[in-house]
Design a protein around this ligand. Structure first.
Ligand code: SAM
Length: 260
């Protein structure tokens, strides 16, 4: 049975994929000209991926997936949105790169792909869409080969407390946004709903540990991955800062873990 709130998100994500594909903020044109969409944190964390198999969870329209392909990885990307998969395949066709893109809710993935991977990767704007972090961690663990690496870089769970001080860090209730604005094109208003979940850091780490992973490194960063407000500025690595510079609290979190 599809998760009803995930299906709401699927509907809303379907509305923005083409907008993102064509928006300057996603730099698709530069990617088609041969650049990488990957950022410093994941590049440093994963190092040389040549010849390694990678499962990219919540891959959107495949910019990062295909960037890893350009670095020599064999990539399978999954996303709940059929529009995301359609545009990932379009990008794959236009770049003539090899990758496989599959439409699936991440929580329903076990059984959809009959393969294990050297690396499971996930980045920037993902854990908030997952209603059940324990199940998610089981999916991550299921798809890793013994000795395989999981790496995630994403919003730090405390970030919301600074952007929306009334938010409850420990809440189990999802946050619902009807007719959501888009984070890349602020003039766009969807006609659906976004449903997001808050996951305390301990919940994410404990879920990975319970699923059989060994945490090797946790990183916290005083910059973000997108322009939260119009007065935010970016550095050469395309990380974003508020007008006062690096924040006194973490905006990004990374976790590197290994399946033993
Ligand atoms: C912010 S994007 C992914 C991040 C990517 N780094 C980017 O910025 O392009 C979030 C993606 O998660 C996908 N998504 C949301 N909920 C999902 C779920 N339950 N299972 C799989 N994909 C999901 C959306 O369709 C969307 O493409």
């Amino acid at each position: 049975m599809p998760h009803p709130d995930h299906e709401k998100n699927r509907y809303s994500w379907n509305q923005v994929v083409e907008l993102h594909y064509n928006h300057l903020g996603y730099r698709t044109k530069e990617f088609l000209d041969g650049t990488s969409h990957l950022k410093r944190i994941e590049l440093e964390a994963l190092g040389d991926v040549a010849g390694k198999s990678m499962l990219h969870l919540l891959c959107h329209f495949g910019l990062d997936s295909l960037s890893w392909v350009r670095k020599g990885a064999e990539v399978t990307g999954i996303d709940i949105s059929e529009k995301a998969i359609e545009f990932a395949n379009k990008l794959k066709g236009e770049t003539k790169l090899e990758a496989e893109f599959i439409r699936s809710d991440v929580l329903d993935l076990i059984g959809v792909i009959d393969k294990k991977f050297d690396i499971v990767f996930q980045s920037y704007g993902t854990h908030i869409w997952i209603s059940d972090i324990e199940r998610w961690a089981e999916v991550v663990s299921h798809y890793l080969k013994p000795g395989g690496t999981f790496f995630i870089v994403d919003s730090h769970p405390v970030e919301v407390l600074f952007n929306a001080p009334t938010w409850d860090y420990f809440t189990r209730d999802p946050e619902r946004t009807v007719n959501p604005a888009d984070y890349i094109d602020r003039d766009f208003k969807g006609n659906g709903e976004y449903v997001e979940w808050q996951h305390p850091l301990s919940e994410i780490l404990n879920a990975l540990i319970s699923a059989g992973l060994t945490i090797e490194h946790v990183g916290e960063y005083n910059h973000g991955y997108y322009q939260v407000d119009e007065n935010w500025y970016s550095d050469k690595d395309r990380y974003w800062y508020p007008p006062g510079g690096p924040t006194a609290y973490p905006l990004l979190l990374s976790i590197k873990a290994r399946k033993m």
